[in-house]
Write a protein that binds this ligand. Structure first.
Ligand SMILES: Cc1ncc(COP(=O)(O)O)c(C=O)c1O
Length: 461
């Protein structure tokens, strides 16, 4: 379909957006929003529009309304939560995704989108060293990836117990014992709730001092229960970056015929570094894995991957078929068979472009750089007796305190944020206030960390 380009000269907002976008990343921005919610409401919450208006003008107004409320997670000095910074080639592919306007529900609605997903799935399994027979659903993020993996788990362990959840629903289903670490990411608890598992019915396994699941406690808890079992494990704890003991967890799961799901939202990428092999030993023996695309891969939001070894269980859990959809796998996969959406963004294009632009070596370089940055930052502060690094820095995550004091730790965060040159957040972990540093933004490097260290030292005076 190669038509003549539209020659009317009308902008409709596209040219305005393009001109703005190509210079946006070259400018330095305040790291946090500079306007209050009330100010932003004045710009956004206008009267219900009754008549339309010029597209370019709308885009100019959108820019003016949004910019003071943006948070610069595309800046190397951004260390809050665990966020990627939208790789620019991925952004370009994301624009094309919108321009093409494809609906990647099934193969027929966009063959190119479906095949791009096939390619991404194969590269992902290869790079992460996961079983090549696994199927991959391209979802919105790790929360949905966890939901998909655990939906497949629910169906599979019940099917082994002679029960068809997809047909009968949860009513009357045998009890499933779900073992989850008390320090597991909140999204896993949410995914389990969406799947009909209330928090009171989960077996909460205690964590060790790093936030990893206590494998001995898991062993005892599993031994004490009969019936279908699912274990929810973590590769890369949200605060400490800690990894569960996958050799022991996979052994226990094999022994109990249990399904092992791994939340590896960012930590699964440790797989690409030979020097971090010890962290993910035996992780490939799990049954499903969730990993984000928008974190360490820096694919623009929204991007996550639900990986399931048992392709049949994956498909059965996400099945969405109707006669008019003409599901036929003759040509290629139907993306909607692997995630909980029918109409959906063609997520494969941006993922394909980022993986091509970086290549395996580019991904390794970034993951290694971030881990080294975190380790060096830790080393540089080890002799400072006013700073306590509260985790073992195995990956890219640091949690620290000042003078072992909640107030002083919060004051350091306020000090760093006040300059608008660093963006950090605190958390309460193990009952104490801690400053969290997640070194993951695409261009954060050793110089960025030196600057941060200087700011910390100037706070200490
Ligand atoms: C370990 C872990 N699991 C799950 C999630 C949820 O990911 P998302 O926000 O992409 O849904 C996160 C997000 O930071 C995470 O760090």
């Amino acid at each position: 379909m190669m038509d003549e380009p539209d020659q009317t000269g009308e902008d409709s907002g596209l040219v305005t957006a393009y001109d703005y976008a190509v210079t946006f990343r070259q400018r330095k921005h305040a790291l946090d929003a500079t306007e209050t919610a009330e100010d932003l409401r004045k710009r956004f919450c206008l009267k219900t529009p009754e008549t339309g208006r010029d597209g370019a003008e709308v885009i100019r107004d959108l820019i003016a309304a949004a910019e003071p409320g943006l948070v610069a997670n595309t800046d190397p000095n951004f260390f809050a939560w665990v966020m990627g910074g939208s790789d620019i080639t991925g952004v370009a592919a994301d624009w094309l995704t919108s321009i093409w306007g494809q609906n990647s529900a099934i193969f027929q609605t966009s063959p190119a989108a479906a095949i791009a997903e096939e390619a991404v799935a194969a590269w992902l399994l290869d790079m992460l060293g996961l079983p090549s027979e696994s199927s991959v659903g391209l979802v919105t993020g790790a929360t949905m990836a966890g939901f998909v993996g655990l939906a497949a788990a629910r169906g599979a362990v019940l099917s082994r117990a002679g029960f068809d959840i997809e047909k009968t629903g949860l009513q009357g289903a045998p009890l499933i014992h779900i073992f989850i670490c008390n320090d597991s990411h909140v999204s896993n608890y949410a995914a389990l709730r969406y799947l009909g598992f209330g928090e009171d019915n989960l077996v909460r396994v205690p964590s060790d001092e790093q936030g990893a699941m206590d494998a001995t406690a898991l062993r005892d808890a599993m031994a004490a229960r009969q019936g279908p079992k699912i274990v929810v494990a973590t590769a890369g704890h949200i605060n400490s970056g800690a990894f569960d003991d996958f050799s022991e967890l996979s052994r226990l799961c094999q022994h109990h015929d249990a399904w092992l799901h791994v939340d590896g939202a960012f930590g699964l990428w440790a797989r690409v570094l030979p020097e971090k092999n010890h962290l993910t030993q035996a992780i490939d023996l799990a049954d499903s894995w969730s990993v984000d695309g928008h974190k360490w891969l820096q694919i623009p939001y929204d991007s996550g991957f639900a990986i399931v070894k048992d392709q049949q269980a994956h498909r059965k859990a996400m099945d969405i078929s109707a006669d008019y959809l003409n599901h036929s796998l003759a040509d290629g996969r139907n993306p909607s068979e692997f995630n909980p959406e029918l109409s959906r963004r063609a997520r494969g294009f941006a993922a394909w472009a980022v993986m091509q632009a970086k290549g395996r070596q580019g991904i390794i370089e970034a993951v290694r750089r971030h881990c080294e940055c975190a380790a060096e930052f830790e080393r540089s502060l080890l002799l400072n007796n006013r700073i306590q690094i509260c985790n073992r820095v195995d990956l890219n995550q640091l949690v620290l305190r000042v003078d072992d004091c909640d107030q002083k730790t919060a004051a350091l965060a306020d000090y760093l944020n006040a300059s608008f040159a660093t963006f950090v957040r605190t958390t309460i972990w193990k009952g104490k206030t801690m400053l969290r540093l997640s070194v993951i933004e695409k261009s954060t490097n050793k110089e960025t960390m030196m600057d941060l260290k200087q700011r910390v030292l100037s706070f200490l005076g």
